[in-house]
Design a protein around this ligand. Structure first.
Ligand SMILES: NC(=O)c1ccc[n+]([C@@H]2O[C@H](COP(=O)([O-])OP(=O)(O)OC[C@H]3O[C@@H](n4cnc5c(N)ncnc54)[C@H](O)[C@@H]3O)[C@@H](O)[C@H]2O)c1
Ligand SMILES: N[C@H](CO)Cc1c[nH]c[nH+]1
Ligand SMILES: [Zn+2]
Length: 447
């Protein structure tokens, strides 16, 4: 079911390795053409497009695009106590993990009276996407909301697809998680249309539940930054609106890469590959190993697990797709080059001396070290964030965190003497750039 790529004995450059690595046919670029008309419709017709698109993609026409406060309160009230405790544990750990990320202001005195400071400011308003197509993601509420709250963001809005079996509102556990975390602005809007709504804002054109006073009112104000995971259409929409707003990484269909040697447990490796394949037929599961014995054993275990797992069809599609493979390498060193070129969203290291191997990885969204750190730990309760870059974006992007919602401002304060000391070099640089008024602006202070 899962294909093999044999790289043994092949010395490839980093660029050649990137091309040799398995990737899905439907990538973010390919989905761009699909999402462009969706974004344009939302920008041009607001709630009309949002309801039409919900009907088309989610199979339900929401009455309330903005979730009423009563529905949030009812969802929290109905939340199963065990699930509430799990969400509270996840929240507490993710909060602690993110508090440690808060950047510190700096002050640099470059000469007497010459000071440059850097201070950190949270963005004003953010749109947080919580997926909800094939699976339901209350854990993504925690990851998005807690990171934004720790950063100090004041305006938080959440969007998640309307569900047929919840009267066109998002899933009740998603609503309950929002209520638990104190989020009051929640939308029953999914996919690329949610990203468009956050980027451009939207007006309500309908009389909601027969109330004429809602016609022509603002449904959603635009945001400064959009974050959150989603399928390939969500990732493509985030790429398309980048610039109008900030985004976190392109956190699209899930990927797991496992770098394992003969010391790894085949049953654990197979379980972890299946665990992430169940997200999406487009999900990627890649094993990189120098042990053909492990590769054979994992394949055998995969066959058993896939037959017994709940989402067999999805898992088969993901494992059987061109984005998944067992990659055979010469040794762990060779394997390191392969996983670095792949830049997986999640990278597990299951080798002897895993911690030392993990330290040498340059590109991965998150690294899971050793036999007792499965990716599903990070998905829920590790204290890290599960919203992570996919499709090779880990070469240049980080996972969601406090910095996704924070920007820095430099503050420059010089005295008269400190400016006088550098006016000569300033004028020299201004003149060489043929911008003499720049130099004159400094000289004017000493006439
Ligand atoms: N990278 C990460 O950090 C991360 C974290 C969690 C989940 N994920 C990924 O999030 C995704 C969740 O996907 P999902 O589908 O369950 O939920 P989703 O909310 O991302 O997508 C559902 C929406 O997709 C839209 N859609 C569906 N088919 C479409 C089509 N043909 N054209 C245009 N729009 C369409 C619909 O509007 C629907 O509301 C999975 O791929 C999962 O792997 C990634
Ligand atoms: N593995 C996903 C990140 O790609 C996150 C997640 C949420 N729930 C379960 N898993
Ligand atoms: Zn997962």
């Amino acid at each position: 079911m899962i294909s093999r790529i044999d790289l043994r004995g092949r010395t490839l450059t980093a660029a050649e390795l990137r091309r040799a690595i398995p990737r899905a046919d439907l990538d973010v670029e390919a989905a761009t053409g699909v999402v462009e008309p969706i974004l344009a419709a939302v920008r041009d017709t607001g709630s009309v497009a949002l309801r039409d698109l919900a009907e088309r993609f989610d199979g339900v026409r929401p009455v309330h695009l903005r979730v009423p406060a009563s529905a949030l309160a009812a969802a929290l009230e109905a939340l199963d106590p065990e699930l509430r405790a799990a969400l509270e544990l996840a929240t507490a750990r993710v909060r602690r993990g993110h508090e440690a990320q808060l950047p510190q202001p700096t002050t640099t005195q470059l000469a007497p009276g010459a000071v440059v400071r850097q201070r950190w400011v949270p963005v004003r308003r953010v749109g947080l996407y919580v997926p909800g197509g094939l699976a339901l993601y209350p854990s993504s509420v925690v990851m998005n909301v807690v990171a934004a709250q720790v950063a100090g963001v004041e305006g938080l809005a959440v969007a998640s697809p309307p569900q047929k079996d919840n009267d066109g509102l998002p899933d009740p556990t998603v609503l309950a998680a929002c209520a638990l975390l104190g989020v009051t602005e929640v939308y029953a809007v999914g996919g690329a249309q949610a990203i468009g709504m956050f980027a451009y804002g939207a007006v309500e054109h309908d009389a909601v539940a027969g109330d004429e006073s809602t016609v022509g009112t603002v449904l959603c104000e635009p945001v400064d930054v959009i974050t959150g995971p989603g399928n390939v259409y969500v990732a493509a929409a985030k790429r398309a609106v980048r610039g109008a707003v900030g985004i976190d990484a392109e956190a699209g269909p899930t990927e797991i890469a496992i770098l394992a040697d003969a010391s790894a447990d085949a049953a654990h490796v197979a379980a972890d590959l299946v665990s992430q394949a169940e997200h999406d037929p487009n999900a990627a599961s890649v094993l990189v190993t120098n042990s053909t014995r492990l590769a054979d054993a994992v394949e055998e275990r995969l066959d058993q697990r896939v037959a017994a797992t709940k989402h067999t069809a999805r898992v088969c599609a993901a494992l059987g797709g061109p984005q998944s493979a067992i990659v055979l390498v010469d040794d762990v060193e060779h394997g390191l080059a392969v996983v670095d070129a792949y830049a997986a969203e999640h990278l597990e290291i299951q080798t002897a001396d895993a911690a030392a191997v993990a330290e040498r990885v340059r590109s991965a969204g998150a690294i899971f070290v050793g036999a007792y750190s499965p990716v599903s730990l990070g998905d829920y309760v590790a204290g890290s964030n599960h919203v992570l870059p996919t499709g090779g974006c880990a070469h240049y992007s980080s996972g969601l965190g406090v910095m996704s919602f924070t920007k820095s401002v430099q503050v420059i304060e010089y005295t008269r003497d400190a400016l006088a000391e550098v006016t000569g070099p300033l004028v020299a640089l201004a003149n060489v750039e043929d911008l003499p008024a720049h130099g004159e602006a400094a000289q004017a202070r000493f006439l």
